[in-house]
Design a binder for this molecule. Structure first.
Ligand code: URA
Length: 439
């Protein structure tokens, strides 16, 4: 087999065989295929697409390109959760301790943020002492001991995806549904779960800018799941404005702790309940979605979810005095209010622009090895549809550099769009796809 023939075949919009896809993935992972040849093939896939069989073969080849975690000791239904990315997205931090408190084993490897989207691993590391990099035996042991462990990727999971994703980023080939679907599902399959819940974000701060594309992506991932024997459910959620009120690593950890203590931000609550109820169903813990939501709320109200979070932090070496008293988190040097320029209703807070702004303050990375500043970010006082009066404080900028504040303030004033007419509160749950036939 020869890579030139494979490139030519896809260039001419023909279908690749399982053997050809496996050959490409194996040889590229082992550096026997050059980046420019891989780039040509990826571009041909981007332009000419792939059929379902090719997408499944690509996913499985990438999933098997490195280690594959075996979680079968935790039962026949091992559920994993993944978000396609967003701004202010602290759902994993809140939801996973909740489901663990309801008896579902949680063995979660999370990613880091890149570009305008945040990553759960960076948020966990904002907790002093919390170790996200533990060896795989400790990880499994932690799940056995207390039912939950949340870490960063320490295993060599789906290395082919890592290489291809980095390459796609440099050749403008990220936003392709077959490539995104296979990338996400390869990592989920390699992480060992056999039931997968996907938060497919839609809007300015998401990869999928509209619902139609989000449905196409969901359909593709569910099909991959079906063919790979992994039951998959997709919940479509709004990412036109940031989730909750906080954007920035420590700020989001604090907001998550408040949530677990019962102060629930409405949009975050909707997403947590919807995803959580389906996680319980997938785990075989209850068929009735509304009853599942009630059980989630009960475990927040009775403090069990918060206790599980504390236990997880303690078990990972984190200092729980910060969780018990969030005022201990290091604050940024400057906390600057931003005022409404006129009275009216908030019509838009563009999530992508907020993500970029937070990133420019130091909350995210432009390049992979950039350092994160955990204390910086933005706290909103208002959300889309809220009424404001001129000079009301609409947000606070948390920054460590004086020169950042003036620029951030000007940008934020332009990003938060205020109009005179009323704007309805947007739905945060935009749809759910539980199997392919209901699309
Ligand atoms: N997230 C992934 O893991 N892969 C993609 O291709 C896009 C988002």
């Amino acid at each position: 087999m020869n890579i030139l023939e494979i490139i030519a075949k896809k260039r001419d919009a023909k279908n690749l065989s399982k053997q050809e896809i496996e050959f490409f993935i194996k040889e590229y992972t082992q550096n026997n295929i050059t980046d420019y040849q891989a780039a040509a093939l990826i571009m041909a896939i981007y332009i000419n697409g792939m059929n379902d069989e090719e997408i499944v073969n690509l996913t499985l080849a990438m999933a098997n390109s490195g280690e594959v975690l075996d979680l079968s000791k935790f039962g026949k239904n091992v559920v994993d959760k993944h978000s396609t990315g967003g701004v202010g997205d602290k759902i994993s931090l809140i939801l996973l301790p909740i489901v663990a408190s309801l008896g579902i084993p949680v063995a979660k490897m999370s990613g880091r943020g890149l570009g305008f989207t945040g990553g759960t691993a960076d948020k966990l590391e904002a907790i002093p002492g919390y170790k996200t990099q533990v060896d795989i035996n400790t990880f499994i042991q932690n799940v056995e001991n207390i039912g939950i462990s949340m870490i960063t990727q320490t295993m060599n999971l789906a290395p082919a995806d890592k290489k291809i994703y980095a390459l796609r980023d440099t050749i403008s080939c990220v936003d392709s549904i077959p490539l995104i679907a296979s990338s996400i599902m390869s990592k989920k399959i390699a992480s060992g779960a056999n039931k997968i819940i996907l938060d497919v974000t839609v809007g300015s701060g998401a990869f999928m800018k509209n619902k139609e594309d989000a449905i196409k992506l969901s359909k593709e991932m569910i099909k991959i799941g079906k063919l790979a024997n992994r039951e998959t459910i997709c919940i479509l959620t709004n990412m036109d404005e940031p989730l909750g009120y906080a954007v920035g690593n420590s700020l989001e950890v604090i907001e998550s702790i408040e949530f677990l203590k019962g102060k629930m931000q409405e949009d975050v609550k909707q997403v947590v309940l919807e995803l959580g109820a389906y996680m319980l169903k997938l785990a075989g813990k209850g068929e009735d979605i509304e009853k599942n939501k009630k059980r989630i709320l009960e475990n927040i109200e009775n403090g069990k979810a918060y206790q599980t979070f504390i236990e997880m932090v303690k078990n990972q070496g984190g200092d729980i005095s910060y969780i018990e008293d969030t005022s201990k988190f290091e604050k940024s040097k400057y906390i600057e209010p931003v005022y409404a320029q006129k009275s009216g209703y908030i019509h838009e807070i563009n999530a992508e622009k907020i993500g970029e702004l937070a990133c420019s303050l130091g909350a995210g990375r432009i390049k992979k090895d950039d350092k994160i500043d955990a204390s910086v970010g933005i706290i909103f006082n208002k959300k889309v549809s809220d009424r404001v009066k001129e000079n009301d404080i609409v947000a606070y900028i948390h920054a460590n550099k004086l020169e950042d504040i003036k620029i951030a303030k000007e940008k934020l004033i332009n990003i938060i769009k205020i109009e005179e007419d009323y704007k309805e509160c947007p739905n945060v749950i935009l749809g759910k796809i539980t199997n392919i036939s209901n699309i």
